[in-house]
Design a protein around this ligand. Structure first.
Ligand SMILES: [Zn+2]
Length: 345
């Protein structure tokens, strides 16, 4: 992977991550006349629970489902310049023009996986997925050392059912200015188990799932993908490294190559489930930027709201109101379905 840093017309940073091995010239200037946006993020705390809520009113004006020939993530054309000035690219990361976090209160970046508009992450080559992982590891390391960032969360929202407003294959990297409640809860649980048993809950779970096999979807040399025993979503897979690492930046080259293959296998199985692209969220759970790193165990979580070919799972009263999930599909059946699919590639 070769990284080249440039600046967009309004001062935002854009970073090209090329597959390599040769460096590519990335000298095309941003032709747009763009004024810097005044994004102001207001972080409030629910007075009853103490949990953070992000108020980002400027995001109401963000680009919403543009026509394919006005996609801001496609390579720049003289008649329709987008966010990326170069006529071709491999992977790019740039600061979001409509960020959920800005102004010293965290960061929000966009990561484009390919310059091809009509494809998906699952259709990328293993080499390209490796470049994406290297880019995410690089961003994790840099953002973790940035003032005002407490937790780096790289994720992909895929599909209109998830609320995606741009179809070009891309993900996002949030640098939260606080440790999110879910991470805090996992760290607290891990700390307690480390104290009482001297083992990590995800290490224990991984060992149990690998030994039992009922919920295992696919195995690599360094990673195992399985449906968690208390899956909350009608499709949910954890992709877990056999060695405990705190975040993406700590993975070896072998581990990165292996998870490229395992994650492609999982996502292709997901798309084969219903013979149509599966809407999903894929997110990397990592250690906070500072502190509690020994209680964290990196993993990728993939889940979907699709519970049948023609049905979606909605977060209704129990889930939205009480954060108690009711799953209509057993985790064992989810794993069986994913194992039985024949990814057609
Ligand atoms: Zn596009």
């Amino acid at each position: 992977m070769i990284r080249t840093d440039r600046t967009l017309a309004d001062g935002r940073r854009i970073r090209y991550y090329d597959d390599g091995p040769e460096p590519r010239p990335r000298d095309r200037a941003d032709p747009r006349d763009l004024a810097p946006t005044a994004a102001v993020t207001d972080i409030r705390h629910d007075p009853l629970t103490g949990e953070p809520v992000v108020i980002a009113a400027h995001r109401q004006d963000r680009t919403h489902k543009p026509a394919a020939d006005h996609c801001p993530l496609c390579p720049g054309r003289p008649d329709a310049p987008g966010e990326i000035p170069e006529p071709h690219y491999d992977v790019v990361v740039f600061e979001n023009r409509f960020p959920a976090f800005a102004g010293g209160q965290g960061r929000a970046e966009v990561v484009c996986f390919t310059d091809e508009h009509d494809t998906s992450f699952a259709e990328l080559s293993p080499t390209r997925v490796r470049t994406v992982l290297d880019a995410l590891a690089d961003r994790t390391a840099e953002l973790s050392g940035t003032d005002g960032v407490r937790q780096v969360f790289p994720f992909e929202n895929r599909g209109e059912e998830i609320g995606v407003t741009l179809h070009h294959p891309h993900g996002q990297i949030y640098g939260y200015p606080f440790v999110p409640p879910r991470t805090a809860r996992m760290l607290e649980h891990a700390r307690a188990r480390l104290t009482t048993h001297g083992t990590h809950p995800l290490g224990d779970l991984l060992a149990a799932e690998r030994a039992d096999g009922t919920r295992v979807v696919t195995r690599g040399r360094h990673w195992t993908a399985f449906v968690p025993p208390a899956a909350r979503w009608p499709v949910q897979v954890l992709i877990v490294p056999h060695r405990r690492v705190a975040d993406l930046s700590e993975l070896t080259a072998d581990e990165r190559d292996d998870v490229a293959g395992v994650s492609l296998d999982v996502l292709r199985r997901c798309d084969a489930l219903y013979d149509r692209p599966l809407p999903y969220v894929a997110g990397w759970h990592q250690a906070p930027a500072v502190g509690d790193r020994e209680a964290a165990w990196l993993h990728l979580e993939v889940f979907s709201v699709r519970r049948a070919a023609d049905k979606l799972k909605y977060l209704a009263g129990s889930e939205s109101g009480m954060a108690v999930w009711v799953n209509d599909v057993t985790p064992e059946r989810i794993a069986e379905n994913l194992r039985d699919t024949r990814p057609g590639r």
